[in-house]
Design a protein around this ligand. Structure first.
Ligand code: C2E
Ligand code: MG
Ligand code: MG
Ligand code: MG
Length: 281
């Protein structure tokens, strides 16, 4: 009887996973069209200097306007793209589109930086360093104003990761560790990574005021980053109190809904006066 029950459980399970797989396949097929039919777009979220309140850079965040499903979150389709290798094409599109856009804004403010998320498949693609170089050339985007974001779990304990980071760094490009503090990684790894920025994960920022022991953790991350000559960016700042405390601990930069949600380029241009008079079309 137990076997029978197990059997029916298995049937239910396989039905569920089949549906799941079906959904994945459907998304994968749709995603293939998405690039060619302009369904992907970028939103930009400002990164702010917490002390001066001035704009430092934008993080480009990809969006998918699915013809039937509406707006699909990158948290949902980036993993699909990763499994299907579409991520290389999508990643290149994101990098090139964002560089072109911010390069345009440089006509008004030539100091604005740009952060672009890089997934593990892109990072491990042997052509990635050349690809970054090509995009910088084609778009004439200044390398020193580009930040590539990777998560700590992507960094295996190997010299290959360090070599890739270094190779792209020689172009002048900066590197950030995204979502810091949430991945599985040993702190010793950090001592070997040539990284310019640590991004404190949103989960720390979120709980700082409601759970005071979290303040000690955040303070320690900031001190460690600074001692390693890295600059700190706090993610997910939603309240002024969080911003003040982070600044007090020595975190220089922050992003979050307190300052702005990620916005389409047109809205960013209006909010930050980035339209050029010459642009009449
Ligand atoms: P991430 O790189 O850590 O980006 C930050 C996420 O936090 C974004 O979600 C952003 O909208 C959200 N966020 C920013 N400020 C706040 C806040 O104050 N409160 C809250 N609750 N959320 C905030 P989003 O845009 O949905 O992106 C999710 C993740 O998808 C990103 O996390 C990144 O890992 C990935 N992603 C997005 N765009 C790309 C891309 O072009 N390429 C790759 N490989 N991954 C991407
Ligand atoms: Mg990011
Ligand atoms: Mg992040
Ligand atoms: Mg995050």
């Amino acid at each position: 009887q137990a076997k029978e029950q197990g059997g029916s459980m298995y049937t239910i399970y396989s039905l569920l996973s089949q549906n799941d797989e079906h959904k994945q396949l459907m998304l994968e097929n749709d995603l293939r069209d998405a690039l060619e039919t302009d369904q992907l777009l970028l939103h930009y979220q400002p990164v702010i200097d917490l002390e001066t309140g001035l704009l430092k850079s934008f993080e480009a965040l990809v969006r998918w306007k699915h013809p039937k499903l509406g707006l699909v979150s990158p948290a949902e389709f980036i993993p699909v793209a990763e499994r299907s290798m579409l991520i290389n094409d999508i990643g290149t599109w994101v990098l090139e589109t964002a560089c072109r856009q911010v390069k345009e804004w440089h006509a008004v403010n030539s100091d604005i930086g740009l952060a672009v998320n890089v997934s593990i498949r892109q990072f491990r693609n042997p052509q990635f360093p050349d690809l970054v170089k090509d995009v910088l050339e084609i778009t004439e985007y200044p390398a020193h104003l580009l930040i590539l974001e990777i998560t700590e779990s992507m960094m295996q304990d190997d010299w290959e990761s360090i070599r890739i980071i270094d190779e792209i760094r020689t172009l002048g490009v900066k590197w950030a560790i995204d979502d810091f503090g949430t991945g599985y990684s040993s702190l010793s790894k950090l001592a070997f990574l040539p990284i310019d920025y640590l991004k404190i994960d949103r989960s720390f920022t979120m709980e700082m005021l409601t759970h005071p022991p979290m303040q000690s953790i955040v303070q320690t991350i900031i001190d460690m980053g600074r001692n390693l000559d890295m600059e700190l960016i706090a993610e997910g700042i939603e309240e002024a109190g969080q911003s003040l405390l982070l600044q007090h601990y020595g975190c220089q930069f922050g992003q979050g809904y307190l300052f702005s949600k990620p916005l389409p380029a047109e809205e960013i241009e209006q909010a930050y006066c980035l339209t050029t008079l010459m642009k009449v079309h």
